[in-house]
Design a protein around this ligand. Sequence first.
Ligand code: NAD
Length: 487
Amino acid sequence: MSTMRSVDRLMLIDGVMTPGEGGAAGDWIASHSPATLEPLGRVPNATSGDVDCAVAASARAQREWATLSVWARAAALRNLAAAIRTRGSEILELEARDTGNTLAKLHADVQIAAGYLEYFAGLGSELKGETVPATATGLHLTIREPYGVVARIVPFNHPFMFAAAHLAAPLMAGNGVVIKTPETSPLSGSILGELCRDHLPKGLVNIIHGRGAPAGDALVRHPLIRRIGFTGSVPTGLVIQRAAAASSVKHVTLELGGKNPFIVFPDADLDRVVEAAVSGMNFAWAGQSCGSTSRLLLHEQVYDAVVERVARRLAALSVGDPLDPQSEMGPVNSARQHARVLELIDSARHEGARLVTGGGRPPGAAFEKGYWVQPTLFADVTPTMRLAREEVFGPVVCALKFRDEAEAVALANDSDLGLTAAVWTKDLPLALRMIRQIEAGTVWINTAGQHFVGTPFGGWKDSGLGGEECLEELLSYSRLKAVHVLS
Ligand code: NAD
């Protein structure tokens, strides 16, 4: 992998790229390549004072932003989308280096981010209310108004895409936004800061870097923040709910983890099953996706065949330099992720699961440094094993066997998580019954992993609260006001 000069990247606060109080005091977070451990840059660790400045600036700018027509707001979002596309290659190269996600598939992240800005820009006139015939002579109606300043907190797996796409709905609904980037892989957030500085009203969007505390915690507890959109892990989601509730009444939505079942009945097309079991795991980001299809639930008649064919595909995946267009998988994101993935692999071994392929650091000098893990498949996993229950957030798949529909449903729902599920069968009545029985926010039939703009993506149970990527996301960043006009 070619080297890159390590650069200080700043925060956007009140229209200015700045080190903030945190950086001025010498408190910086270093970022390095997860592939080579080469230093890539550093960002300031925002203080609660920085958070105060960001929220205050956003509140000042938001007052005028909210008076603009939805068409004027839409135009600004479209300009930002175009500017993102213009700097797309630069964003992607930095993102691939900083996250370890492979460039070949990562290019979609820039298009998705710009696409969401354009999608929500087109939905402005849907921010409408209703009239209610409550009396014969009066007019009883609802109007939608913004919350003010919204906090959006972003995870490490797609830091640019989430930060940019998550501006769209709140801005379109008339809010200001403060984004907090993740503490690993924050660097592309500074490019987003420059783009927002250049293409949006001064102060409206602020991008702060920093750790969960003090930056994230101060943002969640800030009295002017009444609306929080969080994407990240279940434990942090719970902490945020508690912190928000401890300070005032806030609307919190959560996009959290998954342990997503991929259920194969014996009549399924096994060629497509095997392809989807691999693509659904999102190896391009080393399996670090909330929607990864990490629990293969296989009917006993096809269990051995699917395990063997998926294992062959995993063993053949090209693991290597994230910047090499031929690479299908890079390293996991951080030392923390690396330790977690290896620990769960060890635990599966000790609990008696059968390692079919992978299971550790790939051999060879190229993989001695950095956070590399082989694509890994365990078979003969039982429902009580940690590997069957805990989100790995890494390139590790587990296979469990079922005998009939009832057992498939029981296994699929035997989880505190309920983000997605995929069902493979040509039997339409069976598919329809499965759709009804599965506890998850998304069910795919004969496909897996795809998102379709305009349909809600959001978890059930501990996987989250609220649907995104659709009209409901836009509406959720507005508050309803009832108005009664009587003569
Ligand atoms: P994480 O929970 O460790 O961190 C997410 C963000 O929260 C980071 O910016 C972090 O700094 C911040 N944070 C940490 N503590 C905080 C606190 N006390 N207050 C406020 N902010 C705080 O998650 P991660 O490891 O970055 O991301 C991986 C997780 O994200 C996985 O569980 C994955 O499933 C989930 N995820 C979910 C979706 C979805 O759409 N459902 C999408 C992507 C990732």
